[in-house]
Write a protein that binds this ligand. Sequence first.
Ligand code: NAP
Length: 271
Amino acid sequence: MSGAETAQNEQVFSSNLLQGKKALVLGVANKRSIAWAIAQTLSRHGAQLAFTYQGDRIKDSVEKLVTTLPKKSPLFPCDVTKPEDIKNLYDGVRAEFGTLNYLVHCIAFAKKEDLEGRIIDTSREGYLMAHEVSAYSLLTVAKGAEPLMEKEGGSIVALTYLGSEKVVQNYNVMGMAKASLESGVRYLAHELGPKNIRVNGVSAGPVNTLAARGISGFTKMLDFHRQKAALCRNVEVEEVANTAFFLLSPLGSGITGEIIYVDAGYRIMGM
Ligand code: NAP
């Protein structure tokens, strides 16, 4: 069975496991977004969802996607660099849902010029921006979610990439930001554990999305990954989504502070 067939078969799998559960998904830009694949999976398992969009530029397209889901999903504007947006977001989620069970963080940004060339040339501004949007935001959105998760416990998943721990050409400052994000996953897991809030990361192999296409040489990255991965293929976005679902759901109840690799076995390979 090919990778695509495996993923397709898994995609049709649905259940009532998340019935009555509320999830907030950050980072849907379009139908290719990893956040959208996760949202569809959570919805197929019964969850009710809320979404954010960064600015008016993509409001209409996110709205169109969201209305294809069976349950009505509130949509909030949120630029994670704006504290007032985060406050308004959680005021809105509290008003709509009362409680929150799951939080999905699929947000990253670095300036185009910082995703090519020499890392040594990264500007201070570019460094700070990549870290603020891609790593610090996990702390701020987790802080907003904490009081809404306290009653029933909760689960948080953030998306990351191998460039945090290995050198991947052109990933540059985003690798440093992902290292910070992954460390944040562990510190948050420790801090929120007593409140039965779990925090994990999903480290996905390369997936063809808007953000990924901003990395110089991304197509070559896909080819290289396919050749080297133990499963001899790239990862399907549905496989990433299924792992996020597993970690968020009661199936992952004993797991916190971990980074799970969904990379078709790329990371384990040496020579
Ligand atoms: P994507 O569809 O482009 O999603 C990235 C999202 O981040 C977009 O919705 C973008 O909104 C949002 N964002 C950027 N700056 C923001 C800000 N200041 N405030 C709020 N939202 C902001 O790309 P994706 O590949 O699915 O990325 C999702 C996550 O997966 C990221 O953390 C990425 O690093 C991670 N990941 C991706 C891959 C891959 O190969 N694609 C592999 C491993 C991990 P706008 O479009 O409006 O800017």
